[in-house]
Design a protein around this ligand. Structure first.
Ligand SMILES: Nc1ncnc2c1ncn2[C@@H]1O[C@H](COP(=O)(O)OP(=O)(O)OP(=O)(O)O)[C@@H](O)[C@H]1O
Ligand SMILES: [Mg+2]
Length: 260
């Protein structure tokens, strides 16, 4: 079978998702599909429903109607931690106490189900060379290589640049076993040169490691060339989708940013 005849595989699909907050219709029948091993961009003016959609996909908000699927499985009613276990991650800022840990330790403490479970931080020193820890340390180094932070393994997280911090957030998600990573504005507050290096990594994680990304981003001009597919929302609806350059030049999309 040739590449273009192969059916496209999706990790996430939403079908007709509706979410109301009182009188506000934040999502008005949103259907999107996030292809496996690709980078998908979600854009739209303020208040168009992007974060609400991310919350519905990750399980933090229950939709009033519509369905959410992960690899064909209906996850509409699954709680967030169950979705995380399946492989869906949303990146979050590194929690404050973790900024004092090293980059390597940040990956190790993000692993669930380790034998030391809760007291893992203190357990690191004591049990480092037991088989589980040994495996985890090896895996953490591999993940650090993937995200390009290998040489920083022993640095405190607090010493990282904004861009490196984003890569560490991605590394933590991969370490937890995620294959589908959702990011809300990873480039916010990051300098343009570093935006390139984050998105180059995201690209290679997608193409070489098969990780799927759904990224909400406002700095569209900076990131469009790293993206495979784009959706534009306005007032709770998808108003355009396709190749990023097509979506960015779509008249309806341009007008949605001017209007309001
Ligand atoms: N918890 C909430 N309670 C009430 N209204 C909400 C809530 N969350 C979102 N909304 C409303 O739903 C609509 C969509 O908001 P959402 O945050 O999803 O937009 P967004 O596209 O992420 O915007 P931004 O680009 O500013 O982040 C807005 O009108 C917002 O005010
Ligand atoms: Mg938002």
């Amino acid at each position: 079978m040739t590449e273009d005849r192969m059916p496209e595989e999706y990790v996430i699909r939403t079908v007709g998702v509706v979410k109301r907050f009182g009188g506000i219709v934040a999502l008005d029948g949103v259907s999107i599909a996030v292809p496996k091993g690709k980078v998908t961009l979600l854009i739209g003016p303020n208040g168009s429903g992007k974060t609400t959609l991310v919350n519905v996909i990750t399980g933090f908000i229950e939709p009033d109607a519509g369905r959410v699927y992960y690899k064909g499985k209906d996850i509409t009613r699954l709680p967030p931690h169950e979705r995380a276990k399946l492989g869906i991650a949303r990146t979050f800022q590194i929690p404050k106490p973790f900024l004092n840990l090293t980059v390597l330790e940040n990956l190790l403490v993000s692993v669930d189900g380790n034998p030391g479970e809760r007291p893992y931080i203190s357990a690191i020193a004591r049990r480092l060379w037991k088989p589980f820890e040994k495996r985890m340390v090896a895996r953490a180094f591999e993940v650090l290589k993937w995200v390009g932070l290998e040489s920083k393994w022993d640095a405190r997280a607090s010493e990282l640049s904004g861009g490196q911090m984003k890569l560490l957030e991605i590394g933590r998600a991969i370490m937890r076993g995620a294959d589908t990573i959702i990011m809300d504005e990873p480039a916010a507050g990051v300098n343009p040169v570093l935006v390139d290096s984050i998105f180059e990594r995201i690209r290679s994680l997608a193409s070489e490691r098969g990780i799927s990304f759904l990224i909400v981003e406002h700095r569209i001009g900076l990131v469009a060339r790293y993206v495979d597919y784009a959706y534009a929302m306005n007032m709770g609806r998808v108003i355009s989708q396709g190749k990023p350059e097509e979506v960015l030049n779509d008249k309806a999309v341009l007008e949605s940013y001017l209007g309001g």
